[in-house]
Design a binder for this molecule. Structure first.
Ligand code: 6GU
Length: 224
């Protein structure tokens, strides 16, 4: 998969996408991430990419021309399966969307800033608008990093048995059950007996029950 990210703050995305599983996914050739500095398409030599909004009101808006230039340059090089705009008024991101997007070939992501981007860019180019939750971030970069991480780890081949996504919270619609490692007793708290007996079927049943219990308690909205 190739992901192109348009941003005024590429530095914000560099570190989160260069460690752990994302790093491995890139090294193994499953994932390519290209960051594009929007200011390279500025309307003047001062690097301007934003302007005040028509109709008045506080906050700057990212202008049409720099975004359009950058998007069209990329579109001339390849076809994109989705052009995603990260915005708090988008569709709330969830695991099913991550699963669907992990099967795509080329994705473009646009990070907004300030009051956002000119509506005409959304009308002309954007195919999918995503929010990561009901709260406001200063820009789309951290949201883009979250999208790339959650999508990237699901690309077939990226995870192995040890890191399998199949047992993750949300992957089967339930929260994950509790997990334990050594020692068998810590500050008087014992690991549940069933996990120590090596009886695979009983362990699976216990995990399923615990996952259900945890989901009922913490996220009844997922239980329908
Ligand atoms: Cl995608 N962007 C911004 N700026 N804020 C957000 C968001 C995105 N998702 C939730 N809050």
């Amino acid at each position: 998969m190739r992901i192109d990210i348009i941003t005024v703050l590429p530095e914000l995305l560099e570190s989160p996408l260069n460690h752990s599983i994302m790093k491995r996914a890139k090294e193994r050739g499953f994932l390519e991430i290209h960051l594009h500095q929007l200011r390279d398409h500025a309307v003047n030599k001062y690097g301007q990419v934003d302007d005040t909004q028509y109709g008045g009101g506080a906050g700057m808006v990212l202008m049409c021309e720099p975004l359009s230039d950058c998007i069209e340059k990329l579109q001339a090089e390849r076809t994109y399966d989705e052009i995603i705009y990260l915005t708090p008024d988008g569709k709330t991101f969830h695991q099913k969307m991550a699963n669907t997007l992990s099967l795509k070939g080329n994705l473009m992501m646009i990070c907004g800033h300030y009051k956002g981007i000119d509506q005409r860019i959304r009308d002309l180019y954007v195919t999918l608008e995503i929010s990561i939750g009901d709260y406001v971030l200063s820009g789309g970069e951290l949201a883009a990093a979250i999208l790339v991480d959650s999508i990237g780890r699901l690309i077939p081949g990226v995870l192995n048995d040890e890191t399998s996504a199949l047992t993750d919270s949300h992957q089967d619609g339930l929260l994950a059950p509790p997990v334990y490692t050594r020692p068998a007793e810590f500050k008087g708290l014992k690991v549940p007996e069933v996990l120590l007996n090596g009886h695979f079927k009983m362990i699976e049943e216990w995990r399923q029950e615990e996952a259900l219990k945890r989901t009922e308690e913490r996220r009844p909205d997922l239980m329908e």
